[in-house]
Design a protein around this ligand. Structure first.
Ligand SMILES: Cc1ncc(COP(=O)(O)O)c(C=O)c1O
Length: 446
């Protein structure tokens, strides 16, 4: 049985999923798919994990959900202390939710409420970056520099100011290294000054851009430079780690790599690894203290915030990640996975860049490797690679629009942290075959 609609992977109809085990998913016709990206980089420990399922089932046997304003619970308390330990002593407050978009939405609201509680209610504006994605609710979409996803809603979105993307492969003014980080920080500085620091609540960015850029790690020195600019102007820093955090990039917080601590952080996806929807907005002690002492309550969250069974799922997933040292494995194996992918793909002139951190890897396709000219959008190169891979039983994540919002083709590779060596080899082999088939059919057409 199939659903009758077309999706981004280029299929005419969707297969019906029936089972998941480890790094593989199975459809109703018995076809097997290797999870090379978990859809959009979500499934941190693979599928069908018995320990996680047992923890959820045990919780459901007791009680599914204690409403957050009436009860606390053991899974909620234990997950909260685990996350505090992972994130570091600066953080204390956590607002749970069910999706990355909600976590970003809460991050924006916490920033606004903090300034209001501090007696600075004029600090209402957000600055975000071009080529970014922060979610699909109106607030989160407002701070997203993602043309295709914004277009039908323009006019109803918040007024947000956008600065340049921080992309070492497609750099501002052709700059490199510290000059690039410096120029981007100067641009942010000038923007805050132009808007008036007394109007600006926060700067939001993805430490490693996901779908909007096809995995774009911040250039060296960038995060520290923007942190310094924001500190100078009393502007909060929001790190959207929904895709790149929770260990995906080889450190639990993605920004650990860059040596900075944000004021507010959004995490999702890998937190409960898809077993039950779970996301979190985690913020510094002093923000929560100012809000609570001034206004008594943090005015964000939803009916199912801190859902007990979802917290049990997140706790079980995070305990496995810790017990099996999966974050350091991702850091170490991620570097060699990038190298292996580069080696496997270098024979294709059209592969311009293989980049990333940990198990969040992006492959960018270009018409001309020297000039980095993208393919015309109509060629749909990334979608075609995704479709060929899927035909061959590999799930990877095709993204488009990283160049100017329309052109640009990338593929995201983001396997489970505990994928086996043989599975990573299968991923590389099948991806190279999908690229080969895509490019061969394109050459034939032109
Ligand atoms: C960086 C980032 N932020 C926010 C979101 C929104 O998360 P969700 O789809 O769970 O609402 C995503 C989703 O892909 C994301 O990649």
């Amino acid at each position: 049985m199939t659903a009758n609609r077309t999706i981004g992977w280029g299929m005419g109809a969707l297969p019906r999923i029936v089972r998941g085990e480890g790094s593989y998913l199975y459809d109703a016709s018995g076809r097997r798919y290797l999870d090379g990206s978990g859809g959009p980089a979500a499934f941190s420990i693979g599928h069908g994990n018995r320990e996680v399922n047992a923890a959820i089932a045990a919780q459901l046997e007791q009680v599914a959900c204690g409403y957050r304003y009436l009860f606390t619970s053991e899974p909620l308390e234990q997950l909260t202390s685990l996350l505090r330990a992972r994130c570091g002593p600066e953080f204390e407050h956590i607002v749970y939710s069910g999706s990355g978009s909600e976590a970003v939405e809460s991050a924006l609201k916490v920033a606004l409420q903090y300034w209001d509680a501090r007696g600075l209610p004029a600090k209402k504006r957000f600055i975000a970056r071009e080529r970014s994605y922060h979610g699909n609710t109106l607030g989160a979409l407002s701070v997203s520099g993602f043309l295709e996803r914004r277009r039908p809603f323009e006019g109803s979105l918040l007024e947000v100011s956008f600065v340049s993307a921080a992309n070492a492969y497609r750099p501002l003014h052709g700059l490199a290294g510290t000059a690039l980080a410096g120029a981007l920080a100067d641009e942010l500085d000038a923007r805050i000054t132009a808007l008036g620091p007394e109007q600006v609540a926060a700067f939001i960015f993805e430490p490693v851009v996901g779908a909007a850029g096809g995995v774009v790690p911040a250039p060296e020195g960038y995060a520290q430079a923007v942190r310094a600019v924001c500190d100078r102007h009393d502007v909060l820093v929001i790190a959207d780690e929904v895709m790149c955090g929770a260990g995906r990039c080889g450190t639990w917080r993605a920004l650990e790599h860059d040596g900075i601590v944000p004021d507010i952080m959004a995490v999702g996806k890998g937190l409960a690894g898809g077993y039950i929807p779970l996301a979190a907005t985690i913020f510094r002690k002093e923000l929560g203290a100012a809000i609570l002492s001034g206004q008594g309550a943090i005015l964000t969250g939803h009916t199912y915030s801190g859902h007990t069974a979802a917290c049990a799922a997140g706790l079980a997933v995070q305990r496995i990640i810790e017990r099996e040292s999966l974050v350091s494995q991702v850091r170490i194996r991620g570097a060699s996975l990038r190298r292996d992918l580069r080696e496997a793909l270098q024979r294709f002139e059209e592969v311009g860049d293989v980049r990333g951190r940990g198990y969040l890897i992006g492959i960018e396709f270009v018409r001309n490797r020297a000039t980095r000219e993208p393919f015309p959008a109509e060629r749909a190169v990334s979608r075609s690679v995704g479709a060929h891979a899927l035909e061959d039983g590999l799930i990877c994540f095709p993204c488009a629009g990283n160049v100017g919002g329309v052109m640009g083709d990338t593929i995201i590779v983001a396997p489970p942290y505990n994928a086996r060596e043989a599975e990573l080899s299968e991923l590389i082999e099948k991806l190279a075959a999908a690229v080969e088939r895509t490019l061969a059919s394109g050459r034939h057409r032109s």
